[in-house]
Structure formats: structure tokens, C-alpha cells
Design a protein around this ligand. Structure first.
Ligand code: NDP
Ligand SMILES: O=C/C=C/c1ccc(O)c(O)c1
Length: 326
């Protein structure tokens, strides 16, 4: 490896010491990565070699715009994604699916003691994606009534974080398949099947917010009807088609439809401490790189509870990439 730019850090799993020991912590969920610091540039002050750290969705920003100055760098128009983007040196960013990751210390968060690294990985995206809007929109007070629409990777963290804040949580799902796990394992207080018109009508005007994680087009009006005065519908799912509702649906009740994008580095560090304090973890299935194709097929079938985490160090990455193993 060449000399390291001053504020950059190598988070890795390919590092071996003189005895052949591999860095032990190497978990990735597509772009969020938990690993061990294997090398630091001369001006890195946030962490040291050997620290267990995480990198989320963003690895670059302009540092000059209003969002950057307000420490919400995820809203910088020059943000650089940690995967499938182009870094300032013209090279593609590859998220966790690379032998090491070189990243500016600004985008590195410490994984606190008490949080298993594989558990921490989904918190760096799914976790902070729900934590950030709850904080930003003032939805943290105990006793609030929240709805989590779509019980997947993001939604399951929504249930856990909202419950840890002391909220009454209703899962709103497309089927009844996840009822038992939502109530018994995740601790939700109520469960609504969105196609059950009677149950939806009975729940009208009852929620302070809905965290909407549905990734496909869906009508908003049935969910806006669930909100009570000043209720907020927070769009998190990436839907590439227009979503619509008639204006009185929000006027009569001063309701808001808004959105939110992951969370800042500061919010991520705060969430990790929150999780340790509250004893919160993500619900995951750890797999090896060679299982990735099957994992993708299962994702399409809505058949994962609730995140796959790839154990990169435990995988033969060269073999998985099709290269001969050495
Ligand atoms: N805003 C942000 O910063 C972020 C946004 N995202 C986006 O959030 C969305 C959710 O992500 P994630 O939780 O990982 O996704 P998952 O696939 O894990 O979960 C999505 C859930 O939506 C529900 N759903 C309802 N209808 C459909 C459908 N037709 N197809 C698939 N799911 C459906 C399902 O829940 P059920 O079975 O309960 O109906 C499903 O489990 C994605 O669009 C993702 O890109 C992700 C991270 C950050
Ligand atoms: O357009 C916004 C996309 C957000 C996003 C962030 C992270 C992630 O894993 C996604 O699936 C979507």
C-alpha cells in the first residue's frame, strides 16, 4: 500500500500480522461496513490502529455547503456514496465488497464496546435511517404512537428504535405473515394488514407518525387517514413513481408528508450509543460471500429476517469473485 493521505484511514479485513492473523471484524451490508482500523494517515486523530469502526453510506462531501456546515453532510449535493459512486481520485467506490476500504476519518464512526460488530453493520444504514427523522421531526417523546409501514430491514429497526423511545408501535404490513414475529419478537404493540379495510378504519386518526419503508408505488391516502392532528408521514422507501393524495387529506389535520435520507455521521455515532444504552441490536442473518446469489434471491422473495450481513473475512473473497484462490 502506498503512503496514506493525511486524514484517511484504512478499514480492512485483508490485513495480516506477522503471524498470519487476520483482522477479526469484517462485516458489510452492501455499503455499510464494520471493520478494524489497519492503518492511519499522519493526521488521523479520531481513531487508532486496532479500533473497531464503521463506515456508512457516505464517504465524501464538499464541507462547504449549508448541509455540510450544519453537520448533515448526507444532504450535501456533492455527497459521495460508499459504493457504486466515483471518488475524488476518479476511482469507483466499492463499499464493503473490497479487500480494504480507504476512507476519510470524517466518515468513520467508532463501534462502542458492547455492540457486536456484525450487529452494528445494519445500524449504520437501516438504524440511522429511522433514528434520524424521529430525532429531526421531534418524534422522540415517550408515549407517542407510531406506525411502521413495511416490516423489512429498515422497518424492523423502526420498531426497535421506536419501542426503545417508549412509543406505542403499530406495524402496518402487506400481509399477516409477520404478525407473530412483529408482536412477539420485535415487541410491536399492534399489527395492521393494509388490505384489511375494517381494521384500517378502526385505526383511523390514531398515529402521530408513520415511517414508510415501502419500496414500490403505493397509495398514500389509506395511511394519511391513520394520522391524527399534526401527524407526519415520513417517506423512506425509494419509489420511482409519483405518489399522490388529495390536498384535504393533509389539510384537515395539518398533516405533513415528508422524507428523510439516512442520517449524519454524528447521528450515527449517537444511534450506536443509544443502542448500547438501550440494549438494542439488529436482527440479522450472517452469511458468507459465496451465499450472496442465494441471499439476493431470498431478498426478492421477502424472505430474510431482517438483514443479511456478509462476513467478508470468513469468506474466500477471491474465490467468490471468480479468481483462483491462493
Ligand atoms: N431513505 C433512506 O435513507 C433509505 C432508504 N432505503 C430504502 O427503503 C426501502 C426499504 O428498504 P429495506 O427495508 O431494506 O427493504 P426490505 O425489502 O427489507 O423491506 C421492504 C418492506 O416493504 C414491504 N413491501 C410492501 N410491498 C412490497 C413490495 N411490493 N415489494 C417489496 N416490499 C414490499 C415489505 O414489508 P411487509 O411484508 O411488512 O409488507 C418489505 O419487507 C427501500 O426502497 C430502500 O432503498 C433504505 C435505506 C436508507
Ligand atoms: O434516494 C435515496 C436513496 C436512499 C438509500 C440509501 C441507502 C440505501 O441502502 C438505500 O437502499 C436507499
Amino acid at each position: 500500500m502506498g503512503s496514506l493521505a493525511s486524514e484517511r484511514t484504512v478499514v480492512g479485513w485483508a490485513a495480516r500480522d506477522a503471524t498470519g492473523h487476520l483482522s477479526p471484524y469484517t462485516y458489510t451490508v452492501r455499503h455499510e461496513v464494520v471493520g478494524e482500523v489497519v492503518e492511519v494517515g499522519p493526521e488521523v486523530s479520531k481513531h487508532r490502529v486496532g479500533d473497531v469502526v464503521g463506515v456508512g453510506v457516505i464517504v465524501g462531501c464538499c464541507r462547504e455547503c449549508r448541509p455540510c456546515k450544519a453537520n448533515v453532510e448526507q444532504y450535501c449535493n456533492k455527497r459521495i456514496w460508499s459504493y457504486n459512486d466515483v471518488y475524488t481520485d476518479g476511482q469507483p467506490t466499492q463499499g464493503g465488497f473490497a479487500s480494504t476500504m480507504v476512507v476519510d476519518q470524517k466518515f468513520v464512526v467508532p463501534i462502542p464496546a458492547g455492540l457486536a460488530p456484525e450487529q452494528a453493520a445494519p445500524l449504520l444504514c437501516a438504524g440511522v435511517t429511522v433514528y434520524s427523522p424521529l430525532k429531526h421531526f421531534g418524534l422522540t417523546a415517550p408515549g407517542l404512537r407510531g406506525g411502521i409501514l413495511g416490516l423489512g430491514g429498515v422497518g424492523h429497526m423502526g420498531v426497535k428504535v421506536a419501542k426503545a423511545m417508549g412509543h406505542h408501535v403499530t406495524v402496518i404490513s402487506s400481509s399477516s405473515r409477520k404478525r407473530a414475529e412483529a408482536m412477539d419478537e420485535l415487541g410491536a404493540d399492534a399489527y395492521l394488514v393494509s388490505s384489511d379495510a375494517e381494521a384500517m378504519a378502526a385505526a383511523a386518526d390514531s398515529l402521530d407518525y408513520i415511517i414508510d419503508t415501502v419500496p414500490v408505488h403505493h397509495p398514500l391516502e389509506p395511511y394519511l387517514a391513520l394520522l391524527r392532528l399534526d401527524g407526519k408521514h415520513v417517506l423512506l422507501g425509494v419509489v420511482g413513481e409519483p405518489l399522490s393524495f388529495v390536498a384535504p387529506m393533509v389539510m384537515l389535520g395539518r398533516k405533513a408528508v415528508t422524507g428523510s435520507f439516512i442520517g449524519s455521521v454524528d447521528e450515527t455515532a449517537e444511534l450506536l450509543r443509544f443502542c448500547v444504552d438501550k440494549g438494542l441490536t439488529s436482527q440479522i442473518e450472517v452469511v458468507k460471500m459465496g451465499y450472496v446469489n442465494e441471499a439476493l434471491e431470498r431478498l426478492e422473495r421477502n424472505d430474510v429476517r431482517y438483514r443479511f450481513v456478509v462476513d467478508v473475512v470468513g469468506s474466500n473473497i477471491e474465490e467468490a469473485a471468480g479468481a483462483p484462490a491462493n
